[in-house]
Design a binder for this molecule. Structure first.
Ligand SMILES: Nc1ncnc2c1ncn2[C@@H]1O[C@H](COP(=O)(O)OP(=O)(O)OP(=O)(O)O)[C@@H](O)[C@H]1O
Ligand SMILES: [Mg+2]
Length: 255
């Protein structure tokens, strides 16, 4: 019997066109991507290059026009809306730049939100471990307005991890944080991949964030322009230079 599990994520030739007024925008124009278990992947690209659309399509928040998205081997397009919602809640953790915590709830209740449909409780030992692991144990009963930005973002990450998702998708998670707090968050994401085999995709504008990844994908005009492995760059400055050259070059994009 084969023991190989399907990869956490396969994206095959995905396209998505938005129409606004009389204009059509190809937000995704044929993107393919395969992410393996335990990988930390960064997605970079200029504003409007399709990064958030790619994350939304992977999360099943936006339906594709063509191509396939498979999360743990399950094709999102074949699911009904209600099945997709349930699947997303269980298998995909989402983290946004603005944290999206519910202001009236404590940190703990915010973390438990994804389990709401399943009774709203978690194994207490698991919850304890998660809060300690993320360094927010002392903030458990605080509401978001009594926490720093970095603490709020760690609560958002705890919420994304509570269901043991196949994939964690983070859209500019350090965008509202100062650089020191942002780097701490990156170190945490790295640890989650290395020690717990979490699979994380992080969209960022900052080379200092992307440099923590195993792989950096660069998008342009809805396509993957190029990809750097962590062995391709020595530090974030080298990555920033390579990224800058890639996006400003006038050479034809890779098909
Ligand atoms: N719901 C929508 N309706 C119409 N156009 C959209 C919609 N969402 C995205 N777009 C367009 O698709 C393109 C890609 O947008 P997307 O949000 O994916 O870019 P991005 O790379 O995340 O940019 P940023 O770095 O500014 O967040 C842009 O031209 C955007 O205007
Ligand atoms: Mg975006």
């Amino acid at each position: 019997m084969s023991t190989t599990n399907p990869p956490p994520l396969q994206v095959e030739e995905v396209a998505k066109r938005f129409r606004q007024g009389g204009e059509a925008v190809d937000a995704l124009a044929g993107v393919s991507l395969r992410v393996t278990s335990g990988e930390l992947v960064a997605v970079m690209g200029m504003s409007g290059s399709g990064k958030s659309t790619l994350l939304h399509v992977i999360a099943g928040l936006t339906r594709t026009d063509s191509g396939r998205v498979l999360v743990e081997g399950e094709e999102l397009a074949t699911m009904s809306d209600s099945r997709l919602t349930g699947f997303r809640r269980r298998r995909i953790g989402l983290v946004f730049q603005s944290f999206n915590l519910v202001p009236s709830l404590t940190a703990e209740d915010n973390v438990l939100l994804p389990l709401y449909g399943q009774g709203g409780t978690a194994d207490p030992a698991k919850l304890d471990t998660l809060f300690h692991r993320l360094g927010i144990a002392s903030r458990r009963h605080h509401r978001p307005d009594a926490m720093s930005g970095g603490e709020q973002q760690r609560v958002a990450i705890a919420r994304a991890l509570i269901t043991d998702p196949a994939l964690v998708l983070a859209d500019e998670p350090t965008g509202s944080l100062d650089s020191v707090t942002g780097q701490k968050l990156c170190a945490l994401l790295r640890e989650l991949c290395d020690e717990q085999k979490r699979t994380i995709i992080v969209v960022t504008h900052e080379a200092a964030v992307a440099a923590w990844a195993d792989r950096v994908i660069v998008m342009k005009d809805g396509r993957i322009l190029t990809e750097f492995a962590k062995t391709d760059f020595t530090d974030s400055q080298a990555l920033a230079a390579m990224y800058h050259e890639a996006v400003t070059t006038t050479k034809a994009v890779a098909s």
